[in-house]
Design a protein around this ligand. Structure first.
Ligand SMILES: *Cc1c(COP(=O)(O)O)cnc(C)c1O
Length: 397
């Protein structure tokens, strides 16, 4: 919140699509805990599942039926994921997927995109979006030169740069958010994901889709279903845990079987597959049926259409995908991180402050997406659009 020149919101509780702060102010919440809350705050079925699981014990350090059920639910939704390993955070899952790719290929270099975020493991912090972009930290102190050297960063939507990276290095994996949402929402150019699939295959590198945000949000099977491109490995999180700490990585059986104890690539976590998180994840995914995705798409469409109307003729760009959107404060189309970084961040900050003054809580960073949930409704969207109409007058003066 410092980035928009305002004191932080201190959350007291959440109700559906609303966040109530410690002073009792109510906000329509478009942050949604940065992605997990696709059903909104305190969804009754999720809360009941967590309470019921907690009463039976909060952690065992042994496998449970719920862990297996959630793994089966993931595999049913994401066909490229035949086998899955649970972790407690997306950071761990992305880090472990990169380790697995190195082990499988016998190569060391990982290629990632500028402005993409794959959690905060040392090797993947280079050129990261999300909080680093928000705070203007291009490379975090404390990351060793050796770790940074193992990561090659290329611009999103730039085929030539990808080809050069794959030719110039012994690449274990190309790691991509198939629809980046940590530099704001910046969809892939037509055919770009298909190009990544072919180019990695030709180079003998694994294609890893980080679907921590897009998984179970863009569609039942995530971005890979929406765009029809199958990666070798998939990283999941956020919606997967329904607001509790759960994440995962998965892929073809022969790849995941390399993970210990079945294989020799070490990975572990005291609270991985935690029963409360598994219960919350299952209770969440079970509500995400075809009508739910239709509704999420319609709600996003209504908000996006309203914002696009406000943006017309102004130095604003609207990018949206089912369940996600970004209003960029730029007169130019935004197709990569350099374009996102060139936005008028001061105008964006004024907009956020004006929205908060009107009881609407947009993500307080130009580099984070708005997260639409099934707890939002037409009334919340229309109130948001009314607030946005007034806030834009303050922001763009
Ligand atoms: C949030 C996020 C992560 C990191 O997940 P954590 O659970 O916060 O560690 C990784 N990749 C993407 C795309 C994310 O949005």
């Amino acid at each position: 919140m410092g980035q928009i020149g305002r004191d932080p919101v201190f959350a007291e509780r959440g109700e559906g699509c609303e966040l109530i702060d410690a002073d009792g102010n109510r906000y329509i919440d478009w942050v949604g805990s940065w992605g997990p809350l696709i059903l909104g705050h305190a969804n009754p079925a999720v809360v009941a599942a967590v309470v019921e699981a907690a009463a039976r014990g909060t952690s065992y350090g042994a496998a449970t039926a719920a862990e297996v059920e959630l793994a089966e639910e993931v595999a049913a939704r994401v066909p490229s994921v035949e086998m899955v390993r649970m972790t407690s955070s997306g950071t761990e899952a992305a880090m472990s997927a990169a380790r697995l790719a190195r082990a499988v290929t016998g190569r060391e270099v990982v290629v990632k995109f500028a402005g993409a975020y794959h959690g905060h493991s040392d090797g993947l912090l280079a050129g990261a979006g999300s909080g680093l972009a928000t705070l203007g930290i291009p490379a975090s102190p404390g990351v060793t030169a050796a770790q940074a050297a193992g990561t090659v960063v290329v611009p999103w939507n730039d085929r030539e740069a990808v080809s050069r990276a794959l030719e110039g290095h012994a690449v274990a994996a190309l790691l991509a958010e198939p629809l980046p949402a940590n530099m704001g929402v910046v969809p892939p150019a037509d055919g770009f994901l298909q190009f990544l699939r072919q180019a990695t295959r030709d180079a003998g590198a694994l294609l890893v889709f980080d679907e921590v945000i897009t998984g179970f949000r863009l569609a039942r099977g995530g971005a890979q279903q929406l765009y029809g491109v199958e990666p070798d490995l998939t990283v999941l999180g956020k919606v997967l845990g329904g607001g509790l700490p759960a994440a995962a990585f998965g892929g073809r059986r022969e790849l995941i079987e390399r993970i210990a104890p079945a294989g020799d690539v070490y990975q572990a976590g005291t609270l991985s597959g935690n029963p409360l998180a598994m219960a919350a994840g299952l209770a969440t995914l079970r509500q995400l049926d075809a009508p739910a995705y239709e509704r999420l798409g319609a709600l996003t469409g209504r908000l996006a259409a309203g914002l696009a109307e406000l943006a017309a003729g102004r130095p604003l760009q609207l990018a949206s995908a089912p369940g996600l959107l970004t209003l960029f404060f730029s007169g130019e189309p935004v197709g990569d991180f350099a374009a996102a970084a060139a936005c008028d961040l001061d105008a964006h900050a004024r907009f956020c402050r004006a929205m908060l003054d009107r009881g609407v809580y947009p993500p307080p960073s130009q580099f984070e997406a708005w997260f639409v949930s099934l707890a939002h409704d037409e009334e919340a969207i229309d109130r948001t659009l009314d607030a946005a109409a007034e806030s834009l007058l303050e922001a763009l003066r």
